[in-house]
Design a protein around this ligand. Structure first.
Ligand SMILES: Nc1ncnc2c1ncn2[C@@H]1O[C@H](COP(=O)(O)OP(=O)(O)OP(=O)(O)O)[C@@H](O)[C@H]1O
Length: 271
């Protein structure tokens, strides 16, 4: 389900305060249903905070934030959203299959759902390409394999919206490509809406749409092609740096030094 304006997520004036910092500063954006939206920006710009607000785990959120036609955090959204944090949430002393069976029994309790649970567990293990490790203890897997178990847990309930916080960090190029292939399959074949964050700009090219973030603000909301075209840039990374420089040139005096440091940080992250 979408909201009345046909978007999966609608944010208007979204503001989040953490401690004494305003981490999200009255931002507006939308997320298109059935597409992959990349949330890109340097470390610390507020990507995880935005995702936490969206899935309803963030305190001190103000403004409008509608998710699948309901206010973010609404109890009815719980089974409709899959959320994978940066820290894999799996039980190390259980096998991959046992982990999934446990989470499946929480999602679909009762004997009458036993066959459906088995089917969903098998499908999730296959989705993340862990069939050959299904009977290995999660604690004995590599970091990348453990994060794929976390992703499999999120896929169990066939979520309409998948929120993935930097899922490809630390993965080798082959696994990264395989994961992106999976995201595209989920969007194309199951109509899943995917919001995926990254601070690696070359991942932008794999997304249908982009939200470029910087210091708690949305710098651009666009497709990779349109972004490159309107900034006359060869890559999304170059487009991003162009927009940062433009924003700094517009910004109040005194922001310039901070802006330069930010650009340095982006270049560092892009390496
Ligand atoms: N509990 C907290 N209290 C106060 N400030 C916080 C808290 N958690 C995070 N922050 C600040 O909020 C800002 C945004 O953090 P957030 O984790 O959302 O950024 P991010 O873009 O996801 O970064 P990364 O890519 O490194 O995960 C950072 O400046 C961070 O220091």
């Amino acid at each position: 389900m979408m909201n009345s304006s046909g978007v999966a997520v609608l944010a208007r004036g979204l503001t989040v305060v953490r401690g004494d910092r305003t981490v999200l500063r009255g931002i507006d954006f939308t997320v298109t249903p059935g597409r992959i939206t990349g949330l890109l920006g340097p470390s610390g710009c507020g990507k995880s905070t935005l995702m936490r607000a969206l899935v309803g785990t963030q305190a001190h959120v103000t403004g409008t934030l509608d998710v699948l036609g309901r206010p973010a955090g609404d109890a009815a959204l719980r089974s409709r959203i899959g959320y994978v944090t940066q820290a894999p949430s799996v039980y190390d002393d259980l096998t991959v299959r046992q982990n999934l069976e446990y989470f499946a029994s929480v999602l679909e309790p009762g004997r009458r759902h036993r066959d459906a649970r088995q089917e969903h567990v098998g499908r999730a293990i296959a989705d993340v390409d862990l069939v050959s490790h299904a009977d290995s203890l999660a604690g004995r897997l590599s970091g990348g394999q453990r994060s794929r178990v976390s992703l499999a847990v999120a896929l169990l309930g066939t979520p309409e919206l998948l929120v993935l916080d930097e899922p490809t960090v630390g993965l080798d190029p082959v696994l990264r490509r395989d994961l992106w292939d999976l995201f595209h399959r989920l969007a194309d074949e199951r109509g899943t809406t995917i919001l995926v964050s990254s601070h690696v700009m070359d991942e932008a090219e794999r997304c249908h749409r982009l939200l470029l973030m910087r210091e708690g603000e949305i710098l651009a909301e666009d497709t990779p092609d349109d972004l490159r075209f309107r900034t006359r840039s060869e890559t999304v990374e170059a487009a991003f740096l162009h927009l940062v420089d433009q924003a700094d040139a517009r910004g109040p005096a005194g922001d310039a030094r901070q802006g330069t440091a930010q650009t340095d940080a982006i270049q560092e992250n892009a390496r």
